[in-house]
Design a protein around this ligand. Structure first.
Ligand code: CP
Length: 326
């Protein structure tokens, strides 16, 4: 075994979880383990561009019951970069329309010889339900407004890659906190790694209750920009809202969109992030989205690295999935 292979395989010896369901339950050590594994796999695959054969013989199913561009493609690519076989399932066009249940669908796909299931679903807890009903390792690719653990990890990875640390940084999550799974995963992960988290947005989308878990809540974006190291601009999740939480998109953009005027109020080295999809002119203007402070596309690249790490660690934990390394 080469020294780099030894480096990769040594991480898994500290990983004990059969599933990745959320960041709320992970310790700072577990988060750091995944981030370090992702950095190593990014290096080993030449910035996520070339293949290695760590998961040869493993079959991974992407079960998406909700739309996705980044997460689905990124998980699929991550699996292939590690040499795994992949199956892509979308609920549209499936036998769900004939009355088959969510669990029966997953069990049937598992019965085709699948080892790991990546699942996205509009209902919070759907991945947890699957974890109780199938033998595969489950990776949560977003469950309603609850958690999106690999998005939280790739956001944190991207900050650490640029700034060299998480501890002591001030990170503001701006926008629709109430309906955002990305916000929740970021809050748990960033806090555990020692960042100060600010939640900023309209009071209808950012509850003061969040102060109970130790984050700062603010409704005035201009007032915090001078002390923020990282700004993560979240999309308004209209599809999850029963009523519109502000009078108009124009008014939201007036108060919370990151634009040239607000960039002038920010720290000179502020990082601009967004999980995507972005709505240009709503969460941020095109000049900011495409400007020199933006690391939005780096986040997408790092998604592949983080997902390679998550797939590898879960597959190793469920050891019979992985061919012997010796
Ligand atoms: N960030 C994110 O989850 O994007 P998709 O919905 O395109 O997967």
């Amino acid at each position: 075994m080469s020294s780099s292979e030894t480096e990769i395989t040594s991480f898994h010896q500290q990983w004990t979880r059969p599933h990745l369901l959320g960041l709320e339950e992970l310790s700072a050590e577990e988060l750091t383990l995944i981030l370090n594994q992702a950095a190593e796999l990014k290096r080993q695959t030449n910035q996520c561009k070339t293949k290695i054969s760590l998961l040869q013989g493993v079959t991974i199913a992407n079960l998406f019951f909700e739309n996705s561009t980044r997460t689905r493609t990124s998980f699929s690519l991550a699996a292939r970069r590690l040499g795994a076989d992949t199956i892509d399932f979308s609920s549209s066009g499936s036998s769900l329309s004939k009355g088959e249940t969510f669990i029966d669908t997953a069990k049937n796909i598992e019965a085709m010889g699948v080892d790991l299931i990546v699942v996205r679903h509009r209902s919070p807890g759907a991945p947890h339900l699957l974890a109780q009903n199938v033998r595969c390792g489950i990776l949560n690719a977003g469950d309603g407004p609850h958690e999106h653990p690999t998005q939280g990890l790739l956001d944190i990875f991207s900050i650490r890659e640029r700034l060299g640390r998480i501890e002591g940084l001030t990170v503001a999550l701006v926008g629709d906190i109430a309906f955002s799974r990305t916000a929740r995963s970021n809050i748990w992960g960033l806090q555990k790694l020692g960042a100060h988290v600010i939640l900023c947005g309209p009071s209808t989308l950012v509850s003061r209750d969040w102060e109970k878990v130790g984050v700062e809540v603010c409704h005035d974006l201009d007032s915090i920009l001078h002390r923020v190291d990282v700004l993560n601009l979240l999309r308004i999740q209209f599809e999850r809202q029963a009523t519109r939480p502000f009078p108009s998109v124009h008014e939201y953009a007036w108060l919370y969109a990151m634009n040239r005027r607000r960039m002038a109020l920010a720290k000179p080295d502020i990082l601009i992030m967004a999980p995507g999809p972005i709505n240009r002119g709503v969460e941020l203007t095109p000049d900011v989205a495409d400007g020199s402070h933006s690391i939005i596309l780096d986040q997408v690249t790092n998604g592949v690295a983080v997902r390679m790490a998550a797939l590898w660690l879960i597959a190793q934990r469920n050891q019979e999935l992985v061919p012997s390394q010796t």
